[in-house]
Design a protein around this ligand. Structure first.
Ligand SMILES: NC(=O)c1ccc[n+]([C@@H]2O[C@H](COP(=O)([O-])OP(=O)(O)OC[C@H]3O[C@@H](n4cnc5c(N)ncnc54)[C@H](O)[C@@H]3O)[C@@H](O)[C@H]2O)c1
Length: 253
């Protein structure tokens, strides 16, 4: 059977040292792709088809340099998965300018400028972009207005870029996970869960329509959806915000 993608197909994954980004990198490696893994922290991915790139995506110059480094290494770019992100929550009356800028700087500005730098290379391969939005990009989360603003921005810029880049053959989609069992979620519970982290996690699960059967999404489950979105079988899909959240964003239970 003919391969679905060229053997030198290359994905740039931001947040590659994180839970979802790491699972995405592993899934694409399994599929035979090369992976340029961008993160502000060193990744533990050791593979002859991985280029680790240390970069702070809140800095536009570092976004451009990271994309350039990936393309110089691989000679091509077929997909970008924007997974780098940070969580924040708290009363809006107390939000500092620094915290607002930190979250928007990574989740929205960084994602946008990584994508912006990648456009000419993706146009050359008829490639695609998958953005990590969230259920918080589709609906409000009480106490998380800044994070929601960043992910709402990701969801709508996904649609705008899908329209802009369609004539160039580039597809742009977002996945919108509910709570994912990752370092981010464990960090959330540690920072914002007070004395009882388990109670914080239990409160999140209590919002799911599965009731006692509720569980968190696994990073590998998100990675599988992202992998599919980057395959030729997903050619008709662009401008979509695909929930992967056990129905959390589907409506009121
Ligand atoms: N975990 C969840 O419950 C959940 C749910 C919905 C959406 N998401 C989104 O999915 C994405 C991945 O989340 P995760 O669960 O893997 O989190 P994670 O914390 O495990 O990984 C995020 C990665 O982003 C990197 N990062 C942070 N700031 C950076 C910067 N300035 N420059 C470069 N890299 C930076 C971190 O070092 C980390 O490795 C995020 O965008 C997140 O908002 C997560």
């Amino acid at each position: 059977m003919a391969p679905l993608m060229p053997t030198d197909a290359t994905v740039l994954v931001t947040g590659a040292a994180g839970g979802i980004g790491g699972a995405v990198a592993a899934r694409f490696l399994d599929g035979g792709w090369r992976v340029a893994g961008v993160d502000i922290r060193p990744t533990s991915l050791a593979h002859d088809r991985v280029l680790p790139i240390l970069a702070d995506i809140a800095d536009v110059a570092q976004c451009r340099a990271a994309v350039q480094q990936a393309v110089q290494w691989a000679g091509r770019l077929d997909a970008v998965v924007n997974s780098a992100g940070v969580w924040t929550e708290g009363a809006s009356a107390d939000t500092t300018e620094a915290e607002f800028d930190r979250v928007l700087g990574v989740n929205l500005k960084g994602l946008y400028f990584i994508t912006s730098a990648a456009i000419p290379h993706l146009a050359a391969t008829s490639g695609c972009v998958v953005n990590l939005s969230s259920d918080a990009g589709l609906q409000g989360n009480a106490g998380a207005a800044v994070y929601c603003a960043s992910k709402g921005g990701v969801s709508i810029l996904t649609k705008a870029l899908a329209l802009e880049l369609a004539p160039h053959g580039v597809r742009v989609n977002a996945v919108c996970p509910g709570d994912v069992d990752s370092p981010m979620l464990r960090g959330q519970a540690a920072v914002f869960g007070g004395d009882d982290r388990q109670a914080y996690l239990d409160r999140l699960l209590a919002g799911y329509p599965q009731g006692a059967r509720a569980r968190f999404v696994q990073p590998a489950e998100v990675a599988e959806l992202i992998w599919f979105l980057c395959q030729p079988a997903a050619t008709p899909i662009t401008g979509a915000n695909l929930a992967i959240d056990f129905g959390l964003s589907a409506g009121i239970v």
